[in-house]
Design a protein around this ligand. Structure first.
Ligand SMILES: [Fe+2]
Length: 251
């Protein structure tokens, strides 16, 4: 599925690099090395994670040696993995920083101050900087977008699995969207089977939330960056449906 989308965006020259959030790729929680390898082989250039970063056994060892995966930058410094990732694309290097939100989330360092700290350490030749804010609260994501406006190429939110309709170029030139949405089964509650989720909501009884099956969708956005200035020219959210593999639908 992801390979189909990668073929469309890279094969048609729509994008020169792909950043994929894969924090739910291992059966709905975390990532494994084998899955990471599969996503890179399918066309991703950088993988980001989120609050489920350590959900799978062995992720610490994987992140210690795979430098194309950005772990959340606002975890303690002692955690394995890269706080930012710079990769070469056919056009220029790009740098990716992923941050966890703190509102309605597990404890993490301040994403705002962490962004300042990471940006201050980046070398001058790291190319446009893409920041992911993996967070629950729309207000925190919007605030971070505004905080970083003009300092990075793009700020894009993830984690809620539900895309927002607010993609925009902020006043100082940063592309922004509160949430990109998800990749997963359409007939689901944010990717999980309906029945156990409904059981939990209607009875309060503990339920195992397995990943749903059936046709899937992939949601994301294409950000066009002006090479000379590093500013965003456009951000275009899209949806790809498994039923129509050759097509990216504007959203
Ligand atoms: Fe998450």
């Amino acid at each position: 599925m992801f390979a189909e989308v990668a073929r469309v965006v890279k094969g048609k020259g729509i994008a020169s690099a792909i950043i994929a959030n894969a924090e739910n790729s291992a059966g709905g929680s975390g990532i494994t090395e084998a899955i990471g390898d599969e996503i890179f082989a399918a066309g991703a250039d950088v993988i980001t994670l989120g609050d489920h970063v350590w959900s799978q056994k062995g992720t610490d060892g994987y992140l210690a040696h795979e430098r194309r995966v950005a772990r959340p930058a606002n975890l303690p410094d002692a955690c394995p993995g890269a706080a930012y990732v710079t990769v070469q694309t056919p056009v220029s290097p790009i740098t990716v920083v992923s941050l966890l939100g703190r509102v309605f989330m597990q404890p993490a360092e301040c994403p705002f101050l962490t962004a300042d700290r990471v940006l201050s350490k980046l070398p001058g030749n790291c190319g446009p900087v893409f920041v992911e804010i993996h967070a629950e609260a729309t207000s925190e994501k919007i605030a971070l977008g505004r905080y970083l406006d003009g300092r990075v190429a793009a700020v894009a939110g993830t984690h809620t699995h539900v895309p927002t309709n607010d993609a925009a170029i902020l006043p100082k030139g940063t592309a922004y969207i509160t949430d990109l949405g998800m990749t997963g089964p359409i007939d689901s509650v944010i990717g999980r089977e309906l029945a156990p989720v409904l059981r939990k909501f209607t009875t309060g009884m503990p339920s195992k939330f397995d990943v749903a099956s059936g046709p899937a969708k992939l949601q994301g956005a294409i950000v066009d960056i002006e090479r000379a200035t590093g500013r965003a020219k456009s951000i275009e959210p899209f949806i790809w449906r498994e039923s129509e593999p050759g097509k990216l639908e504007p959203r």
